[in-house]
Design a protein around this ligand. Sequence first.
Ligand SMILES: *Cc1c(COP(=O)(O)O)cnc(C)c1O
Length: 406
Amino acid sequence: MAHVNANFLKLASGYLFPEVARRTRAWQQKNPSFKLLRLGIGNTTEAITPHICEAMHHKVDLLSDRRTYTGYGDEQGDQDLREALCDFYQREYGVRLSVSDFFISDGAKSDAANIQELFSPSSVVAITDPAYPVYVDSNVAGGKSGAYNGVGYDGLLYLPARKEMGFVPEPPKEHADLIYLCSPNNPTGSVATKEDLKAFVDYAIRHRAIIIFDAAYADYIREPRLPHSIYEIEGAERCAIEINSFSKNAGFTGIRLGWSIVPGSLETEDGEAGLLNRLWNRRQSTFFNGASNIAQAGGLAALSLKGRAECRMLVDYYLENARIIKEGLEKIGLVCYGGVNSPYVWAECPNQMRSWDFFDLLLERAHVVVTPGSGFGKEGEGYVRLSSYGHREDITEAVEAIKGAL
Ligand SMILES: *Cc1c(COP(=O)(O)O)cnc(C)c1O
């Protein structure tokens, strides 16, 4: 008889976004004539830009002719895209990496979920609280935690990111083997400074730990002093893996394209530098057959000077939405964080309300859907996340509706 993987049963505690969808659907069924305004899920809404579209159209044309058709590419990704990414890090961040450190994927979520496979199930895993849910769930499914205890999972080390710390966590006092960080942060919108990241890099080197740095929102940073990549911190190439994608800066949420950086210089307890890079290469070549060649043509165009200028305008649009949300809510006295250098506004629930209660109130009174902070971890209780992904007119309407309802 086949037995299921018991680690997956530990996940039964439910998932945030389906519950948001369930309550939203139930409300809409009761109130079919009302328009619902969504500031919830972080899904991009604006069109792919012309230069990037043109490159993908051209790739489709090449595929339509047997003389230029191509099938499977390299599992690690197209060489020209990996080279362009490597040049991009040097050009924009002053970071020197090797082309062989880069792996192209179908998005940062897959990489964030899969990377834990490289590490022993006995690893002590530290995850910030609140956090993007996939870091916790993948480690639970991967057997690196105990059972759900009603607040969190036994065996995981939660690093609180609280208001008094500017929502940037500190390295743990205890020993950890793996540490997940995300900056600019989803859900809090906080951005780690170089000093913040240096504390983690120093910790990781001291403990021979590995940092998994999610930089999906790096392009939202507009203040030059803030680091876009963890490799801007000296020593990070010995202790950090970085993941990123074209989802939030080029609108590739539906197209699917991301990358991971697993430097050949990473060090682990088990062995010589280069082992993690080789194992990730082995993992990707075995379990993954490469990202879509059309998407990769689009990614290459996104890294060109024209593509970068277009992506900047796209990100500017969402940043302006974030500003409108933040300023609108602050006008009615809500305390808000994030929303600059980030597409997310992290708002404190008024009158000590709990996240789901404020969610219900905004749904009932303003017909606006937000994301309850408690869904991202226990430290998110008392907050909601508002996303700037939406058409300008819908964002403005939602903000006005909240202002009118509270
Ligand atoms: C949206 C997002 C990603 C990107 O995921 P893709 O799979 O590349 O679309 C990664 N990390 C965080 C924290 C995100 O919010």
